[in-house]
Design a protein around this ligand. Structure first.
Ligand SMILES: [Zn+2]
Length: 265
């Protein structure tokens, strides 16, 4: 495999095709993912995994849906779809996903957040709370915040027409909106930059309001007070749809530039 060796050793990467997947697998500290960030950036918006199948591998996470039709929030085993206008509907079990990451969430650390803070500070708090004290650059974490969403600048995307455009073009159709002030949750992951190509580097968080009315992919957030829960991710089980291969080490400059534009709206 021409991928970063840290993905194999530090994150215990295991890649499988759909037919080889165990029907149900819920190992503590294991994240399960379908497809790769690189494939998504390249316009692979049809998945071979259903939401019902995804739910058997974890109860917290995020992703998107076939045709890039909205942002996925997985919380307490329920799967929600935040549409382009930020409104949320429950996702059907027979819907499909071209990219999603879930984990059977069990917190290693719980932190009381006393006052509102930005997402960088939230991530720093998450890292500091871990018994193993990873550096921010190397941390692989599952993250859940519940409490006050003081201000959340979020985005979602409308369904894309075929032939699917690459994400750099699809992003032109994305819509941004504000969530909050409201009660709600942030869910997601932090992955090291060296997992780029497979994962979005850094913190990748999706938001949903407590009334499950609104949500989206977090661009900027200021949250608190509330409760932050963090779990280490030590294993990454990757399901590769047909035609999707493990990416070469890291992201190339073009894809990295696309990502930068997408995340710094
Ligand atoms: Zn996202």
């Amino acid at each position: 495999m021409a991928i970063d060796p840290r993905l194999v050793s530090a994150l215990h990467l295991q890649a499988l095709r759909h037919a080889a997947l165990p029907a149900e697998e819920r190992a503590a500290h294991a994240a399960f993912q379908t497809s790769t960030l690189e494939a998504l950036l390249d316009g692979a918006y049809d998945g071979d995994l259903t939401i019902g199948e995804l739910r058997r591998h974890g109860d917290l996470g995020l992703g998107t849906f076939d045709a890039l039709d909205g942002e996925m929030v997985v919380l307490d085993g329920e799967v929600w779809r935040a549409r382009a206008d930020g409104t949320v509907v429950r996702a059907a079990d027979d819907a499909r996903t071209p990219f999603a990451v879930v984990t059977p969430f069990a917190a290693d650390a719980t932190v009381a957040i006393e006052a509102a803070m930005g997402q960088e500070e939230l991530l720093a708090q998450a890292v500091r709370a871990m018994p193993a004290r990873p550096s921010v650059a190397d941390a692989a974490l599952a993250i859940r915040f519940d409490g006050r969403l003081e201000a959340v600048h979020a985005r979602s995307v409308p369904p894309q027409p075929r032939p699917y455009p690459p994400l750099a073009e699809a992003a032109a159709t994305q819509r941004t909106f504000e969530l909050g002030p409201a009660e709600g949750s942030l869910v997601g992951f932090a992955f090291p930059a060296w997992a780029g190509g497979v994962e979005l580097p850094g913190a990748h968080l999706h938001a949903i309001t407590a009334d499950r009315a609104r949500g989206g992919h977090v661009l900027h957030a200021r949250v608190g007070p509330g409760v932050l829960r963090v779990a280490a991710v030590t294993d990454l089980h990757l399901e590769l749809p047909p035609g999707v291969e493990l990416p070469a080490a890291g992201l190339d400059a073009d894809r990295a530039a696309t990502l930068d534009r997408l995340e710094n709206d």
